[in-house]
Structure formats: C-alpha cells, structure tokens
Design a protein around this ligand. Structure first.
Ligand code: ZN
Length: 327
C-alpha cells in the first residue's frame, strides 16, 4: 500500500530537476557534480520491516538464492585490479582521477523483446512499456529522482522483436542464453543491448560487467513485466533496468563485502551487512557511520523505495566508461 503516492513524489522530482540535467549536459566539463540539488526522500510510504528473502533481488517466494551479479571478495579484487589496468592502458587517463574530460555520454540502446508467442503472457509487451523504461533510465541517471546526476543518457535506437520458444524463458547461464545473445547482439562496447523476457528462477534481471574485450554476452537481461506499467508487483517501475544497467556500468551492490573491507568500492555508500528487501526504513546493519543505503538503486529494495545513485557511484561509472566502453 502507499506505493503509488511515493511514485508520484519521485517522478515529480524528476520534472523539477530538468534544469540540473540541462546544466550537466551543456557545461561540457564532464565532472560529475559533487552532490545533487535534490535530497528528497521517498514520502514515507515504505515502512515495512525487512523480511527474510534469500540473497537475490528476486520476486517474493523465488527459487533463486543467488543473483548472477553477486560477487565473491576474490572476484571483486580481480575486477578492481582489471579496472586499474584498463585505465593505465588509456593514454588520455590521468591515474587517480575519478572524473574525466568527457561530457554527457549518450548510450545507444537496442531492446530485444524475446517472445514465446504473440500473447502478452508469451512476452509480447507493448512498445509503450519500452519507451517508458528508457524515460525511467534517463530520469534515474540524470539524478531526476533525487540522487546524484551521472554522465549518462540513453537513446532508444531499435526494438527488435524475436519469437523463439527455445529462448523463452531466458535461463541464466544456459546455452540458450548464449545462443540468443550471440545471434542478436549488435553494436560496439558502447551499445547497450537489453533482452526482455520471462526469466528463470524468478529473477528480475542480471547483467554483464564491462570487460576489455567485447563479449557476445555483453548486455542486460531484464524481466519484461518489470518495465514501468508491467505486472511484477512492487517491481514494476523500471528500476530493475536501472539496477542492471548500473552493473553494466561497473557498479557493485551496495551490500558487496558486507560491513568490512572496501565494500562496493565506492566511498559514499554506507556499508551494509546484507541485501535489504521491501523498504526497511532506518535499517542499520553495520557499526560504521551511516544508515544502510536502502534507497540506492544498487540494493534489492522495492522499486518504490530506491531512487538514487551517489556521487561516488556516478564517478565510478564514468571512470569505468572511459576504461572499457568509450570509443
Ligand atoms: Zn544486482
């Protein structure tokens, strides 16, 4: 209950921040602003206690216990070492600098709608949901819902509808998924390929992290009914897309590493012992300063609860863009 008013609060903030987004895009300095002009919290609509779901951003009662983007500490060390190495390879990069000389980056997006048949239940979602998803991405990454403005904007280039029952549902890690992606993926490292469909294990989505060598698996898989206006209750405002694109741009979960170590490798997301579900306002699972970042797009809370990236995340994404995806 109370989720819709909260949604209106978030989207209204998006309208109000248009000026900020324009400032970012026209300033051409490429430095991510230190802080958003907006700090509005969701309107108190989400006050349910934490529940006992397993550790994946999945629908309640889901079979999955592990989202593909959850990493071990070793994997994080390897990824961060690779990022540092990739940056060293870039002649125009000054070591240690978080922001670079790029202005706003517009990412071309190709959406592959995987269908089992021509029915809605068979994956045939309307174009309107897809255009709404692109709007949600643009608002979220512009800081328009209350978080930091990032360097990124999204431009829908194509909707590619594919009817193939052997690819439906999309099964994480399957040979069918590899076949689907190698058949359909288009563009260079900078092109965001989004695959929509019913997903295995009640997952909401998964994504590839950036790599120095472009892989045919590169892209984001998102539950079709998680798009804005879809039927995935509590997860149908498009923030699964926002979350998975965050991974595609090299962000970890806010609960990566728990309370210790370097956590998610971002300094301004307070440490969090584990994923948060629903919208547990006031949750504080680590002794370090700061409440758990339950409103961050890289946690597992309801769409109505998550509305922001931090300046540190914005900087990490731009750094990774320059290391891995920029032309
Ligand atoms: Zn994730």
């Amino acid at each position: 209950m109370g989720l819709r008013p909260n949604l209106l609060t978030r989207r209204a903030a998006g309208v109000a921040s248009t000026t900020l987004a324009l400032l970012l895009s026209t300033a051409a300095v490429g430095v991510v602003p230190a802080a958003s002009a907006f700090s509005a919290a969701p309107g108190g609509a989400c006050a349910e206690p934490a529940d006992s779901h397993a550790n994946a951003r999945v629908k309640p009662g889901a079979a999955a216990t592990h989202e593909p983007n959850e990493l071990t500490a070793k994997q994080v060390r390897e990824r961060d070492a690779d990022l540092a190495a990739a940056l060293r390879e870039r002649a125009n990069f000054r070591a240690g600098a978080g922001a670079t000389t790029l202005a706003t980056v517009t990412i071309p997006v190709v959406v592959h709608v995987i269908q089992e048949n021509s029915t809605r239940a068979g994956g045939n979602i309307p174009d309107s949901l897809i255009t709404s998803q692109i709007s949600v991405l643009n608002q979220a990454y512009a800081g328009g819902t209350g978080g930091a403005a990032t360097a990124f904007a999204f431009r829908l280039d194509k909707i590619n509808r594919v009817t193939n029952p052997s690819w439906y549902p999309i099964v994480d890690g399957s040979s069918a998924e590899r076949s689907m992606k190698s058949s359909l993926r288009v563009g260079g490292k900078n092109t965001l390929n989004i695959y929509l469909g019913e997903l295995s294990d009640d997952l909401l989505g998964w994504a590839t992290f950036p790599q120095r060598k472009l892989s045919s698996s590169d892209g984001v898989v998102v539950l079709n009914e998680s798009l804005p206006g879809g039927t995935a209750t509590n997860y149908n405002q498009g923030d699964t897309g926002t979350h998975e694109v965050g991974h595609w741009l090299n962000l970890y979960h806010t609960f990566q590493g728990g309370c210790g170590g370097s956590g998610d490798s971002v300094s301004d997301t307070p440490a969090e012992a584990s994923a948060a579900f629903e919208c547990p306002t006031g949750r504080n699972t680590c002794s370090a300063t700061g409440l758990d970042p339950i409103t961050n797009f890289m946690d597992y809370t309801y769409d109505s609860c998550m509305y922001q990236f931090t300046p540190g995340q914005a900087s990490r994404m731009l750094t990774a863009w320059n290391a891995y995806r920029a032309a």
